[in-house]
Design a protein around this ligand. Structure first.
Ligand SMILES: C[S@@+](CC[C@H](N)C(=O)[O-])C[C@H]1O[C@@H](n2cnc3c(N)ncnc32)[C@H](O)[C@@H]1O
Length: 262
């Protein structure tokens, strides 16, 4: 298996336990669907859909939706979510770097904190644009590197094995300049917006404990770090959370991008 395939197989293992966090991404799904201006007549692809929160939200507006994700365990939950919401969605196990769809199949391609984990941004962008119709909308939510979640991913990266060369870190997708460069001349009408997710916590320590139980990359550190490394990780996490904790919630502001394919 080549290094990037191995990287993706590790990603698949890491994200397997993500389903409980859908309680948070359910909140952010509606702002993204609104930002993407999804309507009933649209054919929509939700890339790296996880448990399908964006896909289900779009389908409830009447759109014809397809969801794709690398991790089969999350797609199982996505199927269950569609069943509960009584909507029809087509689900695919797959990789954003190699989408199993014909060119120009969708009116809207969305990704909520998803395609950012593909190792090669230019390949992910090329694939998302390939399957989009000319004049179609690409829209995604990402974590700015200078804010809480971007900072959390940078902290986590310091305590996990380095990814293979050529793998781009997810927080770069939170920088409008990087986005502008990555989408380049293939799009027009690039628009950015920001919104806020509040994550309840009584103290920085509560937030850290919750992360250790629920955020897959943090769970991986807890399983593998020795006690002194773990103590440093915990101290640094709590310092980061303390900077964003206000009135019993940690502010997790995110960036939304929308562009039209030329
Ligand atoms: C933070 S979760 C977000 C899930 C979902 N979009 C949501 O908002 O709840 C990241 C997702 O990216 C998926 N993922 C990571 N690398 C991927 C790839 N190369 N292709 C497709 N999905 C990928 C993971 O399996 C996981 O479901």
């Amino acid at each position: 298996m080549d290094v990037l395939e191995k990287f993706k197989s590790t990603q698949r293992e890491i994200w397997r336990d993500f389903a409980p966090l859908e309680v948070f991404t359910t909140y952010t799904a509606f702002p993204l669907v609104k930002h993407a201006r999804i309507r009933a007549e649209h054919r929509v692809l939700d890339v790296a859909c996880g448990t399908g929160v964006v896909a289900v939200t779009a389908a409830r507006l009447g759109a014809r939706v397809t969801g794709l994700d690398l991790t089969p365990e999350l797609l199982e939950r996505a199927r269950e979510n569609a069943r509960i919401a009584a909507v029809e969605i087509e689900w695919h196990e797959g990789d954003v770097e190699n989408l199993p769809f014909s060119a120009e199949s969708f009116d809207v391609v969305v990704s909520q904190f998803g395609h950012i984990f593909a190792p090669r941004p230019q390949i992910a962008v090329a694939e998302m644009l390939r399957v989009l119709k000319p004049g179609g909308t690409l829209a995604f939510s990402t974590w700015p590197p200078e804010l809480f979640m971007g900072g959390m991913f940078q902290l986590v990266a310091r305590f996990l094995p380095a990814p293979p060369p050529g793998v781009s870190p997810p927080w770069q997708w939170g920088d409008p300049n990087a986005i502008r460069e990555r989408l380049g001349a293939a799009v027009k009408d690039l628009v950015f917006d920001r919104d806020r997710l509040l994550s309840p916590a009584m103290s920085p320590q509560h937030h850290r404990e919750q992360a250790e139980r629920t955020i897959p990359p943090v769970m991986k550190i807890i399983q593998s770090a020795d006690p002194s490394t773990l103590a440093v990780f915990r101290r640094d996490y709590e310092e980061l959370a303390a900077r964003y904790l206000n009135e019993n919630a940690v502010r997790q502001d995110f960036l939304m991008t929308r562009a039209t394919k030329l």
